[in-house]
Design a protein around this ligand. Sequence first.
Ligand code: AMP
Length: 217
Amino acid sequence: MKIALFGSPGVGKGTYAAKLEAIYHMPHIATGDLFRAEIKQQTELGKKAKEYIDKGALVPDEITTGMLKNRLDKEDCQNGFLLDGFPRTVKQAEALEGITTLDAIINYFADDEVIIQRLSGRRLCKKDGSIYHITNVPPKQENICDKCSGELYQRDDDKPEAIKERLEVYSTQTKPVLEYYQTKGIVHRVDANTSISEPNNHIIEDTQKILDNLKEE
Ligand code: AMP
């Protein structure tokens, strides 16, 4: 299955993708993670991308699409994948058509207050990228990853000014992608409105129902 997880920054795509990856044994390909890895390694691509990411802007389509194509060409993606954070513009959706064909888009939606609360309290592990939240999913020890003892940090683009910009970019540039796929009839909606502290199993269960139906088709 070739699936893209769609929704506003902070809706929880990364968290759901990690769970779905474990259930379906499909690689979780997040363009945001690919960029953060390039930045960490201080590659030319990483340096260029950082200028946009820190402002909350989108990295230009050619850079993003080229990087994603390289990743999807790898052996582990040949039987399917879970895309997270791509496509984010109609141009990217069109470019993806030239690379592969998606089976479904899972559109997670949540209220603005929920999104802002999730983004502003989010913390990541510097070592393994695990996602926490200062109140919703706190680590056992403050600022330390439960899994690998790495130090937790706040992404620069999770700070208030960048959050505002990212939500604006989502509404103007990314939402039209949904219309693009709606005309193809492959969009499935999932309500992601609980706080992460409450059991969010229904979000995963609802997604599983959709994916299991697709598998049977
Ligand atoms: P994310 O981790 O998905 O929130 O992505 C973090 C940042 O990486 C975004 O705010 C963008 O600056 C950049 N980024 C990730 N995916 C894309 C994409 N598909 N197109 C352009 N920029 C992206």
